[in-house]
Design a protein around this ligand. Structure first.
Ligand code: PFF
Length: 469
């Protein structure tokens, strides 16, 4: 059978937008502020930045290189270089599945808030927190929104790379950026905003524990879409003439600046309103409407646009998660794109419903001590992604030929990558060790021991049995 030409990105800008679209998502705007809020603010942010800018960027360069070199998505990429490493790719596909177990739920919340902006959410600012609590714990409304969000994913990914994902990212990412700047300006100019800026930028390391490091590392990987073969998959659609380290730098800088901007948009306002920084998953859904509530009808429009942008940011990320699973089914199983999308999407409908219900109706049901939503979230963010990133670094440092890497990263010697030796040493020695130390420190101090043992067990089982996949 003749080999089909691999799909590729329509343009350079298209790739950057799609990769940045994958990176920038709920992780930056919903998750980053609440992680920062519940881990003490600025010390967490500094640790997160160091992880993102040193470990994150290096791992991203590595994922792009392996993806483009092999022209295969995660599982195939590992497998084609070394069969024993197939499990690391499979772990990535599993991570994508698990993240898709909770991500569409929050994507659904964001979509629902577009409509809620118009239907009186802002008219009673004091009730905004209660409205959020009542909404996410109810058993029909958030499920319906989750399904709408998931359906959008399925339609986009079914259309294929250049057609769907690329177009959606190109238009809506800049909108989001502009809106965040607007909200940030409003937030810092509120009376009493100074305390929020202090919380963001004046570090207090006395509260830092092993947990803080693990949370910051997990957040860095999650936010940059690393440690699960997503950027590898995107890299496999990348043109041979692109400069990989430059692309990784641009995507990382865009991603971290959006996270910081989200922090600047939220915390000054939060302190100005006298609210609690450690209030968890509701943060963005409670603070942002409150900022807009006092702006009258203009606020309603801004709030709606904000949640449209958040929904789209979430969508450009979740399509990349679905794409990881779909690319695996296509590359390794020979499935047609549409069949792969509908099958994977169908399973995600089930996990999404369970996850959404775990906020209310099923809140009594625990898996290894946590609800279903948290099960998917903690397992990926605290274990799978960090270990996935570490495995990639070990793989690159010890199992891929140095000359091949140099060749790929310099496009066969045609572009310069002056930091190659430093990058290589980071991948070979520093990152595996650093992730190991952080993971051990974090894992031994984590409350959910059962969950940790389960997560590590899954990785070991995959390592032992996944050669056939
Ligand atoms: N980076 C995305 C976000 O910050 O929302 C989430 C994500 C997408 C994680 C794709 C992992 C991934 F492969």
């Amino acid at each position: 059978m003749e080999k089909k030409q691999r799909e590729s990105w329509g343009s350079r800008m298209g790739f950057i937008m799609a990769a940045a679209g994958s990176a920038v998502g709920l992780g930056n705007i919903w998750r980053f502020p609440y992680m920062a809020g519940s881990n003490g603010g600025s010390a967490f942010i500094i640790i997160y930045l160091v992880f993102a800018l040193v470990i994150g960027i290096s791992v991203m360069v590595g994922e792009f290189a392996i993806g483009r070199r092999t022209q295969l998505a995660a599982v195939g990429a590992y497998k084609s270089i070394n069969k024993n490493w197939t499990f690391a790719g499979v772990l990535g596909v599993l991570s994508a599945f698990f993240i898709m177990g909770f991500y569409p739920v929050v994507g659904g919340w964001a979509s629902a808030y577009i409509l809620k902006s118009f239907t009186g959410l802002l008219s009673n600012p004091a009730a905004i927190g209660d409205v959020f609590g009542a909404f996410i714990t109810s058993s029909v409304e958030p499920v319906v929104w989750m399904l709408i969000f998931l359906a959008a994913n399925i339609l986009i990914v079914a259309k294929g790379i250049a057609g769907g994902i690329e177009k959606a990212g190109k238009i809506l990412m800049p909108t989001l950026f502009a809106l965040l700047i607007l909200i940030a300006i409003r937030s810092i100019t509120l009376p009493g905003a100074g305390a929020g800026l202090e919380f963001l930028f004046k570090p207090d390391f006395s509260e830092v524990t092993g947990q803080t490091f693990l949370a910051a590392l997990g957040q860095a990987f999650f936010s940059l879409s690393l440690g699960m073969g997503c950027m590898m998959t995107y890299g496999s659609y990348l043109n041979k003439s692109e400069n990989l380290p430059n692309n990784a730098l641009i995507v990382t800088l865009l991603d971290t600046s959006v996270a910081l901007l989200a922090g600047i948009a939220i915390f000054p306002a939060l302190f100005a309103f006298g609210m609690e920084p450690a209030q968890g998953a509701g943060l963005v859904f409670v603070v942002v409407p409150q900022i807009f509530a006092e702006m009258g009808s203009l606020g309603v429009v801004f709030s709606a646009i904000f949640f449209i942008a958040l929904t789209v940011a979430a969508l450009t990320s979740s399509v990349s998660l679905l794409e990881v699973v779909v690319a695996y089914l296509m590359d390794q199983r020979g499935w047609a794109r549409v069949k792969a999308v509908y099958t994977a999407g169908g399973i995600m409908v089930v996990t999404g419903i369970l996850s959404s219900l775990s906020m209310g109706t099923l809140s009594g049901f625990k898996l290894l001590g946590v609800g279903i939503f948290d099960f998917f979230d903690i397992l990926t963010d605290k274990i799978f992604l960090a270990i996935g990133g570490m495995l990639l670094a070990i793989f690159i440092g010890w199992f891929v030929k140095r000359e091949d890497l140099e060749d790929e990263l310099t496009n066969g010697g045609t572009v310069k990558f002056g930091l190659f030796n430093i990058w290589y040493a980071l991948m070979k020695f520093v990152i595996p060790l650093a992730v190991l130390v952080v993971a051990v420190m974090g894992i031994i101090s984590i409350e959910q021991t059962g969950l940790m043992i389960f997560g590590l067990g899954v990785i070991v089982v995959l390592a032992l049995f996944s050669k056939k996949l």
